[in-house]
Write a protein of this length. Structure first.
Length: 754
């Protein structure tokens, strides 16, 4: 029975899913969903015929979703979900859920409805864990049978209340301030910020879960992986997030279904098929899947050698003779041809490619372990770190790493401080030049890359490709520029490791990896000035084109998020940002880093990237092993204590530096959500107001400054100005704007694209 209070809408996206939609639609109507919206996009099968046949079902709507997939956003899935959520707010629907067509919301008793679930689990967000179906050999077989073998997975899908203000959304869950998060058994869903997509452990099937048909039969799997992915950054027709077909295992779990419940379910399903005359539609849709399978087999034979690496990955464990023959044919023809053509160039180039990563670190002990592991994981051959002007335990951390990893080394760069002051101000460039000189003398490395400890190279969403795969795609003498994606994770806790979901703002700046044989005329922060006329390439192979004024910045015509980029963790959490500000800059007497522009905000032009789930899990395991084998747990805790102490020093010195340079401090702390910071700035501004209590222009300006940190303070200051000048049009206009901004603030960061 449906609760009189709850009404649940289900939203999905479908591309060429006509062979599977009838069962999926029936299933969720059967289990009590009150409405189903299906956004159809770029479809070449007979989904339109299916929609016409089901037109009399008022609960089911087929919606043209092509506009979301026209290339204007790199995350069309999220755009659809956000639009659907906004549409459902203030509607008759109390809850909303997002599923894919291969995901079936399922009760363990195979009888209870979604309303029964919500009546039992009273929460703002209820998350259901995946159970991956691994018991499908026959093409186009029904989803359910008496016993289903599969594996529990940690990823979740969630049903959410529609009366809440979203802070962020991903395909698995949402971020809502002070929401009541529960799992399907009613237990509290505790998670770290940025990790709401998965549970820590999944030891038993809960009363409700998501049956995920990510494989189906081998034939269907092959046909499905050639549909590609929705994100533009994926440059292949294949679903490059697949790691192969499932292997049968004795360790699989078994989901058993009551016979009477199963018989009743499929009796109703047959009635559904017959009532709407769907047999012929299913027959045609399945024939189109078979056709796509055959086309995929032909594609395998002719893929490039570069894409063949992906083919080998995604078609692992597929035993179909036609697929195995196609792969063998490629190996015996195309790959041999490529090898023959490149035996004097590409293969020799790969043999000669050896890449060194160089960094300078000042008080970075809390972050060095993760950074070193990350780049070793990406295949850098050697890492060299120069420590300068450091007070934390970086030496101890690096010694332990070097003891285990012989390809990591470090040295001090403090000798630069013995140079005249004008020279020591440029400690970074002097250290870089010295490192390049030493690298050339060693004669072992083909390329060198200079990064900071807050810069993390991301290659193809951690798909498994390495830095050598990137470099080998270019001529040996080519510099490669990787753009920054500047982090913006204002909700995260301090000292979080690399999250699976990256949020940030694309920058026209970046860092350049270049061959050691290229002579550098002048080191610069982003793009070195080379002595010869050298064309720097962007990672997608396009030419670097500098802006007219800022020569090292990428022109907007070629500045877009590539498949590989640098995740610039310059801000981290607000807590760490406050601490990092107090590191200062080389050659600058001001105690705070004066080149910062405040804590960033996400906008509708920001990016949201999901790292490949399976590979990310392996990455996390690798990081944990790295920390364990280097025995760094105690050192990391000590390093974090140093960061906390620096935070306290940063806070305690804000007031004195406000008196030195108020405008600069406003810029540095703009956007920082910290109670102590807000209090100190507010007290300083109140002191300024007390000195000139009736200076309306001062009040207006101070309100603008306060808006960057605390809207409530900005409104309060404007109200003081309004009392002095009640009819002032500028005061009234700004006050109205701030009040509107405050009321909409929770929704400000909803729209973000990849």
């Amino acid at each position: 029975m449906n609760s009189s209070h709850n009404k649940v809408k289900l939203v999905a996206i479908a591309k060429d899913e006509a062979a599977y939609l009838p069962e999926w639609i029936f299933h969720h109507l059967y289990y009590g969903f009150d409405a189903i919206d299906i956004y159809v996009n770029n479809t070449s099968d007979n989904t339109d015929d299916l929609a016409y046949s089901l037109r009399s079902i008022e609960k089911v709507s087929f919606i043209d979703g092509d506009s979301f997939f026209d290339g204007s956003t790199d995350t069309p899935q999220r755009s659809v979900y956000l639009a659907a959520y906004e549409q459902s707010r203030n509607s008759e629907f109390t809850h909303l859920m997002f599923l894919d067509i291969d995901e079936f919301w399922t009760p363990l008793d195979f009888k209870s409805t979604i309303h029964d679930c919500l009546n039992k689990v009273n929460a703002d967000v209820v998350s259901f864990e995946w159970f991956i179906h691994m018991d499908e050999k026959q093409p186009f077989f029904r989803t359910f049978k008496a016993q289903i073998q599969g594996q529990r997975a940690k990823l979740v899908k969630s049903v959410i209340r529609t009366n809440k203000h979203l802070r962020a959304l991903n395909p698995h869950n949402v971020n809502i301030k002070e929401a009541n998060y529960r799992l399907a058994d009613g237990s509290v869903f505790n998670f770290k910020i940025g990790e709401s997509h998965s549970v820590k452990s999944n030891t038993v099937l809960k009363p409700f879960f998501i049956l995920h048909r990510m494989y189906r039969s081998e034939l269907e799997y092959v046909a499905t992986v050639s549909k590609g992915r929705a994100d533009i950054a994926s440059r292949t027709i294949f679903k490059d997030n697949r790691k192969g077909y499932y292997e049968e295992s004795s360790k699989n779990d078994v989901f058993k279904i009551n016979g009477d419940n199963l018989n009743h379910y499929y009796f109703q399903f047959e009635c559904f098929i017959n009532e709407f005359g769907l047999d012929s539609i299913l027959e045609k849709a399945r024939s189109l899947v078979n056709l796509r399978f055959k086309e995929t087999v032909e594609i395998i034979k002719d893929v490039s050698s570069r894409d063949f690496v992906l083919v080998n990955k995604i078609f692992q464990n597929v035993t179909l003779p036609s697929v195995k023959d196609a792969i063998s044919k490629h190996i015996n023809t195309n790959q041999q041809k490529d090898n023959a053509m490149n035996q004097t160039s590409s293969l020799k180039k790969a043999d000669r490619t050896k890449i060194k990563l160089v960094a300078i670190a000042k008080d970075e002990a809390a972050y060095i372990p993760e950074w070193v592991h990350h780049h070793l994981y990406l295949g850098f051959d050697e890492i060299e770190i120069y420590v300068n002007r450091t007070k934390d335990n970086s030496e101890s951390v690096l010694n332990k790493i070097c003891k285990v990893h012989s390809n990591v080394s470090w040295d001090y760069a403090d000798w630069v401080d013995s140079c005249p002051q004008e020279a020591s101000k440029h400690i970074q460039f002097i250290t870089y030049a010295n490192a390049l000189h030493r690298t050339r003398k060693e004669g072992q490395f083909s390329h060198v890359f200079f990064l900071d400890i807050d810069e993390f190279l991301i290659i193809d969403n951690l798909s498994g490709r390495t830095i050598h795969d990137i470099v080998s795609a270019f001529p040996l003498d080519t510099p490669i520029l990787f753009e920054w994606l500047n982090d913006c994770v204002y909700q995260t806790q301090e000292f979080c490791d690399m999250p699976q979901y990256l949020e940030g703002n694309l920058s026209p700046l970046g860092k350049t990896l270049f061959p050691t044989g290229l002579k550098v005329k002048e080191f610069r922060h982003h793009v070195p000035l080379f002595e010869c006329d050298t064309q720097v390439k962007l990672v997608d192979g396009s030419d670097f084109k500098g802006q007219a004024v800022v020569k090292q910045a990428i022109d907007e015509s070629v500045n877009y998020l590539k498949s590989s980029f640098i995740y610039h963790r310059a801000h981290r959490s607000p807590y760490e940002y406050i601490s990092l500000l107090y590191r200062g800059r080389p050659g600058d007497s001001f105690a705070y880093k004066s080149n910062r522009r405040g804590y960033p905000k996400l906008t509708n032009q920001s990016y949201y990237i999901s790292l490949e789930p399976h590979n990310f899990s392996e990455y996390e395991v690798s990081l944990a092993e790295f920390i364990s084998e280097t025995n760094l747990i105690a050192d990391i805790q000590e390093a974090r204590s140093f960061v906390r102490s620096r935070y306290e020093n940063s806070i305690s010195n804000i007031d004195s530096h406000l008196k030195l340079d108020y405008k600069l401090m406003v810029r540095l702390f703009s956007g920082v959500n910290d109670k102590l910071v807000k209090t100190i700035f507010k007290e300083h501004r109140m002191n300024l107001i007390e000195e000139s209590p009736r200076n309306v222009e001062l009040l207006i300006n101070l309100s603008k400054d306060a808006e960057k940190i605390c809207i409530d303070e900005a409104i309060s200051i404007l109200n003081i100005a309004k009392n002095i000048r009640p009819k002032g049009p500028l005061i009234r206009k700004n006050l109205q704007r701030l009040l509107a901004l405050k009321s909409n603030l929770p929704e400000k960061n909803l729209m973000r694209r990849r």
